[in-house]
Design a protein around this ligand. Structure first.
Ligand SMILES: Nc1ncnc2c1ncn2[C@@H]1O[C@H](COP(=O)(O)OP(=O)(O)OP(=O)(O)O)[C@@H](O)[C@H]1O
Ligand SMILES: [Mg+2]
Length: 290
């Protein structure tokens, strides 16, 4: 795209942000992949389009729970110059991002499983004994991390998160995040997927809290096929875990640079991402904007 026409304001690990007007951004999802907060040299073809398509589906399907930043994902609504980002861009409302990652966990996995084994807590909250890796939690748990400008996000316990954003905001983010997860998990279950956990980001516009960034994508969530879910072991997945597992298998220390991705891992990640979009949305990926 012609970067001179729109002002480029931010490069995230996965997204590029451009300023369209004083209150509108063009958020462009790339095919980049980040693992343990490190961007890999390899890209996953079509990933930016899947993230955008699935986020668009979920933003629409959850708009009654919380307002979101979407203005349009239809390229005909974009500034003319943005034509070649069709399918992986969204026109969104500019917000002031709340510097907190809001995570909801319905199942015990990943960093939560590591924490639980070490301290019998999940997000700093004591959890009952005897839980296994990948086990369904009695109730979904809301946990938070910092949004680090560089390096790794740090886990916060509830008191630290309240300190960071204030009690009223924290309570609201918690209530909304849990409701979004419940909606997502119920829909996913109807399509044969476990939505094990997911991460939300929120921003503010004139004091209103708005869901921003991406929504229940395979980058921000763990999707497991319900039929292969067996607690007590690592779970086969349709999300970024494929890439995390491949990286971990190389013995990588999680500091940049990351080792290269094998072509088979790139291909299987691409096809799982497309599949999760099609199954969750019930739509054909070929019909998403090109
Ligand atoms: N509506 C919005 N208003 C303002 N900022 C937004 C909006 N939607 C998303 N963002 C921000 O855009 C960025 C998206 O980039 P990306 O997802 O690649 O970032 P990231 O690597 O996850 O995180 P980081 O911001 O730490 O780089 C995030 O910083 C996110 O907070
Ligand atoms: Mg992000």
């Amino acid at each position: 795209m012609d970067e001179s026409a729109l002002k480029h304001i931010y490069s995230g690990k996965v997204r590029e942000l451009y300023e369209v007007s004083h209150d509108r951004l063009l958020m462009v999802a790339t095919d980049r992949v980040s693992v343990f907060d490190v961007v890999l040299a390899d890209v996953i073809p079509d990933k930016g389009r899947v993230l955008t398509a699935l986020s668009a589906f979920w933003f629409d399907a959850t708009a009654d729970i919380v307002a979101n930043h979407v203005v349009s994902a239809d390229p005909t609504d974009f500034p003319e110059i943005a034509g070649d980002v069709a399918g992986r861009a969204m026109l969104v409302r500019t917000t002031r991002p709340i510097r907190l990652e809001c995570v909801v966990r319905g199942y015990l996995y990943g960093s939560a499983w590591t924490e639980y084994r070490e301290t019998s807590t999940i997000g700093g909250i004591p959890a009952r004994a005897g839980l296994r890796e990948g086990e369904k939690l009695d109730e979904a748990v809301f946990t938070t991390t910092t949004k680090a400008d560089a390096g790794h996000d740090m886990a916060l316990n509830p008191a630290e998160a309240i300190e960071a954003v204030g009690r009223d905001r924290y309570d609201h983010l918690r209530t909304v995040s849990l409701a979004l997860y419940e909606r997502g998990a119920a829909h996913a279950a109807g399509r044969g997927f476990v939505l094990a956990d997911t991460k939300f980001e929120f921003g503010e516009i004139d004091g209103q809290i708005v869901l921003i960034d991406e929504c229940m994508t395979p980058d921000s969530s763990r999707y497991w096929p319900a039929e292969t879910w067996r607690p007590g072991a690592p779970q086969p997945s349709f999300d970024k875990q494929i890439v995390r597992d491949a990286m971990a298998a190389t013995g990588w220390n999680k500091e940049p640079p990351a080792p290269p991705l094998a072509p088979e891992v790139i291909a299987s990640t691409r096809s799982r991402y497309v599949e999760v979009y099609e199954i969750i949305s019930g739509l054909s990926f070929d019909e998403w904007f090109e």
